[in-house]
Design a protein around this ligand. Structure first.
Ligand code: UDP
Ligand code: MG
Length: 154
């Protein structure tokens, strides 16, 4: 089953709204498989946001992302990379669809509550960046066999 990475950014942590974000994903019946609260390093952020390294706002991103702890999480489900990107909404919270996380919880482009991997390749890379093999600890939901119809499970 597909996995993706999210980061609950420092604004989420300092506003004490992480449970609200997590509950949205749980309500959608996406499975939380790994989770940890950490201090991100500048090196990790340079790798994670390498596509933005030459942007004038890049130092601001690093400052923001190291201003408080973040929660790193891996979520699992059918097409979960795309599903969580849709739930998160577009980068600019002021232009996100109403009902998305960024629309509902932010007015900012930079301080936009959540990171979600952009595609499957990025998801795999980001999961490997932030989680080691020893941290993987699988479990089954009690009602896991009710999440999908049989033809969706491979
Ligand atoms: N960002 C910003 N200003 C911009 C574009 C991006 O501060 O003009 C920040 C914002 O926090 C965003 C992150 O950089 O979430 C990564 O940018 P990306 O284009 O990858 O957007 P995302 O995938 O997070 O929607
Ligand atoms: Mg991105």
């Amino acid at each position: 089953m597909q996995k993706t990475l999210i980061i609950l950014k420092p604004d989420t942590i300092t506003r004490w709204i992480s449970w609200k974000i997590i509950s949205r994903l749980e309500d959608k019946w996406i499975k939380l498989v790994w989770s940890k609260m950490v201090r991100l390093t500048e090196d990790q952020l340079k790798a994670h946001y390498s596509h933005l390294a030459d942007k004038p706002f890049f130092p601001g991103i690093v400052e923001f992302m190291t201003s408080a702890p973040v929660i790193l999480q891996v979520w699992e489900g059918k097409d979960v990379v795309e599903v969580i990107r849709l739930i998160a909404g577009v980068t600019n919270s002021r232009q996100a669809q109403p009902g998305t996380i960024r629309w509902d919880f932010s007015m900012s482009i930079g301080n936009n509550v959540i990171h979600a991997s952009e595609n499957l390749e990025a998801a795999n890379e980001e999961i490997a960046r932030f989680f080691s093999e020893e941290e993987i600890y699988s479990y089954a939901r009690a009602d896991e066999n009710m999440l999908y119809s049989p033809d969706e499970v491979n």
